[in-house]
Design a binder for this molecule. Structure first.
Ligand code: SF4
Length: 345
């Protein structure tokens, strides 16, 4: 006998929720009420949904699975207010990072537990891959962190553990739900999906005219170098990806495309790298986020401040919009490429 799984209520759009409620004889307006409790107020206990009658609360509990997560660990940075959270979803663990800035509140969330790829500079790629998260589990990281803080989240980056385009449907569904006007209503231009270059996902993203920002984790602009540090290069070469983006750049919005570029000493910050990176960035009108490697990892090193500045200068002198991202959350192992689900006390 198979046990039927209840639908996860947090994964449903308002329309899907309404359709299910109506099919069971309930009024359509109930869907908006429930949706707002979940996505706007982040209340997951039906008994606390005070404008719903008791029998309707019973029906919801019977019919749907409600968010079920635990935060196993919290590590706060003593130096920069950032914090890292270890979420557990029935044995699938992921990390998420709280990143306060002066004029915005960002968070970085995960889409998979571990990652099926293995970029050589990234700690996530070294741990066991436990699979995709559901949209509800992706959202639970957002809402779980929002419940902790008074400060409203303004920016969400899908740049934690995992490759969003290997979990495309759930990642886009989660983005749609946090942007929903009856939910957190986060501006779509402040939601960023980051991909290592999964071409079928990029094609779909553009064909569907998704409104979110797209960050391409480039990290090298010569195929031999890129193959050395990113195994995705074997499957989808960056040249194929960039050529596709060049052909379709007109279908994207101004400012929608970014390159992420991790700076690794002795590997990808030579003058040739700067020249090629600048050429592609200008061709594709892409802003470049430079991310100095955060620490020593897997035999790779962070460049000196002088080298970091010099590489940045070479891009800017070629009229590229390049930002040298500081490395927030560095001291709590929460910066780019450092999420590995370790418990840091
Ligand atoms: S950098 Fe991203 S794609 Fe590469 S192993 Fe880490 S999580 Fe996966």
């Amino acid at each position: 006998m198979s046990i039927e799984k209840k639908p996860e209520i947090l994964s449903l759009s308002e329309d899907e929720l309404a359709a299910l409620l109506i099919a069971d004889g309930h009024k359509k307006f109930r869907a908006q009420q429930v949706f707002q409790w979940l996505h706007l107020k982040q209340v997951f206990d039906v008994r606390k949904m005070t404008n719903l009658k008791g029998d309707f609360q019973d029906y919801l509990t019977e019919k749907f699975a409600f968010p079920d997560f635990r935060i196993l660990n919290e590590v706060k940075s003593p130096s920069d207010q950032t914090a890292k959270y270890l979420f557990d979803f029935a044995g699938k663990q992921v990390e998420s990072v709280w990143l306060p800035y002066e004029n915005r509140q960002s968070i970085c969330i995960s889409v998979q537990s571990g990652c099926s790829l293995d970029c050589s500079f990234c700690a996530t790629g070294k741990i066991a891959f436990k699979g995709n998260l559901t949209a509800a589990q992706i959202l639970s990281q957002v809402y779980g962190m929002q419940q902790i803080y008074d400060r409203r989240i303004t920016n969400v980056v899908f740049m934690g553990m995992g490759e969003p385009f290997y979990n495309y449907d759930n990642a886009i569904r989660a983005a749609d739900l946090i942007a929903h006007q009856h939910g957190m209503n986060i501006s779509r231009r402040r939601i960023t999906l980051s991909t290592s270059g999964v071409l079928p996902g990029i094609k779909r993203f553009i064909e569907e005219k998704q409104p979110y920002r797209l960050a391409l984790s480039l990290h090298a602009v010569f195929s031999d170098k890129r193959r050395e540090i990113m195994d995705i290069e074997e499957k989808f070469s960056f040249e194929e990806v960039l050529e596709y983006l060049r052909e379709h750049r007109g279908e994207m919005q101004q400012g929608q495309l970014m390159f992420e570029y991790i700076m690794i000493d002795g590997i990808n910050i030579y003058p040739d790298d700067a020249r090629e990176l600048a050429r592609w960035a200008k061709l594709l009108r892409a802003k470049v986020n430079l991310i100095p490697m955060n620490t020593e990892f897997n035999g790779m090193h962070r460049p000196s401040e002088e080298k970091i500045y010099d590489f940045w200068r070479q891009l800017v002198e070629r009229d590229v919009v390049a930002v040298n991202r500081k490395s927030p959350a560095k001291d709590i192992q929460g910066a780019c490429g450092m999420l590995a689900g370790r418990n840091h006390a």
